[in-house]
Design a protein around this ligand. Structure first.
Ligand SMILES: Cc1ncc(C[n+]2csc(CCOP(=O)(O)OP(=O)(O)O)c2C)c(N)n1
Ligand SMILES: [Mg+2]
Length: 794
């Protein structure tokens, strides 16, 4: 049997297994909750041919793939045939611990290169994955490995997602190579049939950005028919036929094709005979034979690409190809009925009870198929999920602390110090920013380490001897990747940099900066990066209403809650630069931990690691003169420490986070005259405190009776009647939960409404986070003698 025959048999099997997997989950498996299970038989069928050509022939071990999310069943079926997936999780598709609805690096225990799910993101991930591969190799790492192609299988409607075009532009700027986007051009989205002639817009667009475009429109049967007498007329008809009509005829079948073609091409000599001489079945085979379902056409297209130019393949397909609802515009969530499945089973020669057998019903013997699969180029290069050693991180990141300083300045100073020394740690650091490099204080680091580009570009201002604070020279050795203003790109680039250890086998320590409010602009991308366990540090600065004159459009309110709730991201908001230095040192080690399940004993993910979010400020505040002990550093990392420990008769404590430290300190100072036992709690990470508390409670409920979290220990001696005033420049709910730890009455101060321009004093007063408001809140929840200094509130 020749290769093509084997691939055709495997294509059939892949379609069968994917359809059966979905059928089994929806119709056969016990359904205990009455919820629809779902799965996309039609979208999967659409890529059966493309995926067969790729995984069984075209892909090499070093290639990396993002599969269209709802085509996951095809991916799982292929992995099963290749011996990388077992039957049980497939029987449990979309069930607990079963194979996932959308390919997942972390949840599928199979060989997933990039997770997908939120359409558009996996596509951009391949582009940035390729840029990162170039970065790694330009720095002289991993050169013993072959360069991989980064490949996305893209739904045509997926191309409506704007993030793809943001990525495309960035790819052009950075000289993208080795990237393939294979568009499943079935001309159907979830709801509808797509606009006519989209392919031509895409063709132009991709070419404009320096890509090659390969249109895989006609299958080999069609190509042969076009060469017959009258074939050119048939081809013209196909090219003229509107998308919805073609889809409808595909759905309607042979008789409908014949009628329509006769109506429009009858009595026209050669072309009429071309149609007449075919049976209905042959006519269907011919008209359905679009390039994206034709293995010879696909193999030819993929294998013809030489060189590393980015390439977009537009593969014409039919949604639901080979299934009863092929071409029907409502087929997105369509499932074959049990009766239809029965017909499909018989058509595939699958005996009852043998539905999961790998080679059941194929016209080729098992030994031949096994042998072919064992030789698939995809698995000829050893282990595909790579590992990289940890980079040693100094315990203490050096920084010289000025008497008055902001955390943002501190951040720049710390990186500047790191950049000064030629250590492995410094070499593996890579920074990036969407056009806010200078304004987030990365300038000194970039001056030392340079900008990255594959080709050297001199700084014209420097060569023209025009003085400038910043050296803007690009070279392959540079360690800062400058992005255009697109926060979505920042997070996908961080996602790609942060997976380098598993994708390229070379560890990077990525640090990305942006303004805090614009996290929301790339939030889905941030979530996506965390979901696939990429490891990075995102530094968001400035933040809150503290950037007062900038006004409400740039002031962030909800970001601390994002930091609290985002899985896979440890969030910190330090007030002082010595805290920041401790947190950053710890973070670079945390980013390198091994991953895996979060266990009850591992409350703070300290064994499994994750990414880190630092919310910083431009407000210069007076620094504390103190010794940074190991114990204090640990408390800072765990999320809080007593700046002033409350006495046994405390009536009130103030817990603050971040840039409002001076207000909290001032308020406590004012109150201390009358309330000697007052306490002041510095909260450096509401996120880690909260995670620890939740996990400790859960652990106790499961029998670990001695489990205590950091915040429980800190509050253990605070008397029951004591009130807590919490305050931060962000949404008050971030710290409001502190009262629930031990049942203390709590008043949570913060910002709930859009900010506005003003001076710091104006705004802190207006939003009620100044010292006066803190004192007033304390008076209200823990009445004592009125404080003399208290001013009337506005
Ligand atoms: C960001 C996002 N929005 C919406 C969805 C829901 N969704 C899943 S598939 C789909 C349509 C995709 O159409 P297309 O890309 O053409 O793939 P096809 O189903 O035709 O294979 C939509 C809207 C999603 N997964 N992600
Ligand atoms: Mg589509």
């Amino acid at each position: 049997m020749d290769k093509l025959g084997i691939l055709r048999a495997l294509e059939k099997k892949v379609l069968w297994l994917s359809s059966w997997m979905i059928h089994n989950a929806n119709h056969l498996r016990d359904n205990t909750d009455g919820l629809k299970v779902g799965g996309h038989q039609a979208s999967s069928a659409s890529i059966a041919g493309i995926m067969t050509a790729l995984y069984f022939d075209v892909l090499k071990s070093e290639d990396r793939v993002a599969v269209k999310p709802h085509g996951a069943p095809i991916f799982h079926a292929i992995q099963y045939l290749l011996g990388k997936q077992t039957r049980e999780p497939m029987e449990n598709f979309r069930g607990f611990k079963g194979v996932q609805s959308y390919p997942s690096r972390t949840k599928d225990h199979a060989d997933v290169d990039f997770s997908t799910g939120s359409v558009g993101l996996g596509v951009a991930q391949t582009l940035f994955g390729s840029l990162v591969q170039d970065y790694v190799r330009a720095h002289g790492w991993g050169l013993e490995r072959r360069e991989g192609r980064m490949i996305a299988i893209v739904g045509d409607a997926e191309l409506d997602e704007g993030n793809i075009f943001e990525a495309l532009l960035e790819g052009w700027k950075q000289g993208l190579r080795n990237c393939w986007w294979i568009v499943d051009y079935n001309r159907q989205s979830l709801d509808a049939v797509v606009r006519e002639g989209l392919w031509a817009r895409y063709e132009q667009l991709f070419k404009n950005f320096g890509w090659d475009v390969v249109i895989v429109k006609y299958g080999s049967l069609q190509q042969a028919a076009f060469k017959e007498p009258g074939g050119d007329k048939l081809r013209e008809w196909i090219d003229r036929c509107p998308n919805p009509l073609y889809s409808a005829l595909v759905f309607a079948g042979g008789a409908a094709w014949r009628k329509r073609l006769n109506d429009e091409l009858g009595d026209q000599g050669d072309v009429s005979r071309l149609i007449e001489k075919r049976s209905d079945a042959e006519l269907v085979a011919l008209m359905n034979n679009l390039g994206g379902h034709d293995l010879p056409a696909l193999l030819d297209a993929f294998h013809s690409v030489k060189g590393d130019k980015p390439t977009c393949f537009i593969c014409y397909t039919i949604k639901g190809f080979g299934l009863p609802f092929a071409g029907h515009k409502d087929n997105h969530s369509g499932l074959m009925t049990p009766a239809q499945m029965e017909v499909f089973r018989k058509a595939n020669n699958v005996r009852e009870g043998h539905e999961w057998d790998k080679f059941e019903g194929l016209p080729i013997d098992a030994a031949t198929l096994e042998d072919f699969l064992a030789k698939a180029p995809r698995y000829q290069g050893g282990e595909r999920q790579l590992k990289a050693a940890r980079i040693p991180v100094p315990d203490e990141l050096a920084v010289s602390i000025q008497p008055t300083m902001s955390t943002q300045t501190g951040f720049g100073a710390i990186l500047n110090e790191v950049g000064r020394v030629d250590s492995e740690f410094a070499r593996r650091l890579v920074t990036t920013s969407p056009d806010v490099t200078v304004s987030t204080n990365l300038g000194p680091w970039v001056n030392r380490r340079g900008l990255f580009a594959r080709e050297t570009v001199a700084d014209t201002f420097k060569s023209e001897s025009i003085p400038s604070t910043f050296n803007w020279e690009f070279s392959p050795r540079g360690q800062h990747i400058e992005l255009g203003i697109a926060e979505a790109n920042l997070f996908i680039l961080l996602s790609a940099l942060g997976l380098s250890h598993v994708i390229n086998g070379e560890r990077l320590l990525p640090v990305g900066t942006l303004y805090d409010p614009f996290i929301a602009r790339g939030l889905d991308q941030l979530n996506y990066a965390c979901y696939q366990d990429a490891r990075f540090m995102v530094v968001a600065t400035p933040s809150g209403i503290t950037l007062a004159p900038e006004g409400g459009a740039h002031q962030s309110i909800s970001e601390p809650l994002i930091g609290l709730a985002q899985d896979g991201l440890a969030s910190f908001e330090p007030a002082f630069v010595d805290e920041l230095a401790g947190i950053m040192g710890w973070s670079f080690a945390y980013m390198q931990k091994d991953g895996g399940e979060v266990s009850e004993r591992n409350w703070l993910r300290d064994e499994t690691g994750g990414s880190v979010y630092l919310r910083l400020s431009t407000r210069p505040i007076e620094q504390l003169k103190r010794e940074m002990t190991a114990e204090l550093r640990q408390q800072i990392v765990d999320g809080a420490y007593w700046l002033r420990k409350p006495g046994p008769n405390a009536q009130v404590i103030v817990a603050y986070t971040g840039a409002v430290a001076p207000e909290a300190i001032e308020a406590v100072g004012l109150m201390a005259e009358d309330r000697r036992d007052i306490g002041l709690l510095a909260v450096t990470s509401a996120d880690r405190l909260n995670a620890g508390w939740t996990a400790a409670q859960r652990a106790r409920e499961r029998g670990l009776v001695h489990a205590r979290s950091h915040i429980e220990r800190l509050l253990a001696d605070v008397p029951a009647h004591c009130g807590i005033v919490t305050v931060l420049d962000g949404h008050p709910a971030t710290l409001a939960w502190l009262g629930a730890v031990n049942g203390h009455r709590t008043r949570a101060l913060g910002v709930e409404h859009f900010g506005q321009t003003g001076s710091l004093a104006d705004l802190y007063r207006h939003y009620g986070i100044d010292a006066n408001s803190i004192v007033a809140a304390a008076q209200a929840i823990a009445p004592g003698r009125p404080i003399r200094h208290l001013k009337a509130l506005p």
